[in-house]
Design a protein around this ligand. Sequence first.
Ligand SMILES: NC(=O)c1ccc[n+]([C@@H]2O[C@H](COP(=O)([O-])OP(=O)(O)OC[C@H]3O[C@@H](n4cnc5c(N)ncnc54)[C@H](O)[C@@H]3O)[C@@H](O)[C@H]2O)c1
Length: 479
Amino acid sequence: MAAAHPLYIAGDWVEGASTLTNRNPSDIADVVGDYAQASLAQVNDAIAAARNGANAWRHSGLEQRYGVLMAIGDELIARKDELGRLLSREEGKTLAEGIGEVHRSGQFFHYYAAEVLRQIDERVDSVRPGVEVETRREPVGVVGIISPWNFPMATAVWKIAPALAFGNAVIFKPANLVPASAWALTEIISRQDLPAGTFNLILGSGSQIGDALTHSPDIDAVSFTGSLEVGRRVASATAGNLVKCQLEMGSKNALIVADDADLDVAVEAAFAGAYSGTGQKCTASSRLIVTQAVHDRFVEKLIAKLETIKVGHALEEGVHLGPAVDARQLESNLAWVERAQADGATLAYGGGRLERDTEGYFMAPTLFVDTTNAMAINREEVFGPIACVIKVRDFDEAIATLNDTNFGLTAGIVTESLKLASDFKARAETGCVMVNLATAGTDYHVPFGGRKDSSFGPREQGRYAREFYTVVKTCYVKA
Ligand SMILES: NC(=O)c1ccc[n+]([C@@H]2O[C@H](COP(=O)([O-])OP(=O)(O)OC[C@H]3O[C@@H](n4cnc5c(N)ncnc54)[C@H](O)[C@@H]3O)[C@@H](O)[C@H]2O)c1
């Protein structure tokens, strides 16, 4: 193996065209490792290899597929402490969250191992006597998987596991900020009983390597998670070649705190939703829509909670919030603080960069009050530990405010009322709704995705993943 962690193409570890150094955002003196960067020619090598892999893997037996997926899941779970540490070191989420993400990644593989055995093709009677009709699912073929940095392993795995389960070959292009988790996952997959080319790892910048992959007419599908801006590009690149595509993108989620809310539950849901993972979650509730009856008490309690929060090195015990993922994200967060104030929001807590023993991208959890839903900070995705309180008259205004956004991923409400909860479930224009729970935090065996600008194409996860990773064939047989 070369000095830098290599690419994985056609069943071989191969050097890239250049190298990228990956650093720990909690301590930029800490080098996580050097990672190969693919050339454009290597993107084509990976696509050709994946075609061979797809042709072989589609004929694999069910027990082979089941065994491969179970083995990957077993190893991820057995090594979750070590790999969770690596993940936290490169991304900056706390160690507990890093370990939790690796554990969940293992569970995704186990879930899709079970899906391999769940054959639900149909045989139906034809309208023509003597003819049998069968609908069956076949693999879509070669799938490009492009993932973001904020869930370095889970987001990739909830695509890779169903892709392999349903008999496809994969070309995996992770975000360049988090190559270590992707590489560790690839190393595990490389030791499984898979035909050469079934799984390929290409590392490199999105604008070059990702762009080349999505513009290729020689792939069959692209599953992308990332920003709205890049998602639009991926959609037009794949549409140009009539390549199937699925996009999960940004969000502007809201948590409603209703008149009758248990405010302790509301504060915990607001904290977990808005700040955990340093707010770097697509499911983050950056808008806190609070009715006037409970506004002042809720704000007071949330500030009291924020005062107890320890920000620091992600691997340090007792730390609740790690750093921003890089200097650019931190600068963007700080620019949002200035912009919100210029637009008339009142800074109620935090707002600044924090110094710690190590040089990292630390920022105080930040809360704004007196904000309106029209302010830019309440319309665009921030992706930092910043939440804005929007005061509303009542539940109807809360729902109208919640839905007044271009995005539609998750939404939450804290209420004791069954009627309000039920109205909320029906009226929230989002893909996921949560009652008395944070907007972040979802299960691995059910569908996940949004509406409006948050998502495009078939749903991900659970048994719905089958729709994207397979194609239907209708077979007519006259005996
Ligand atoms: N809805 C969801 O399920 C979900 C989950 C996690 C993250 N996200 C979103 O991801 C974003 C944060 O992640 P990010 O900053 O890594 O997003 P990003 O859009 O910058 O990058 C995502 C991926 O796309 C690649 N890429 C960049 N330019 C490309 C191009 N021109 N062609 C092809 N690929 C390209 C990147 O290298 C990376 O692998 C946020 O908007 C967040 O909401 C959404």
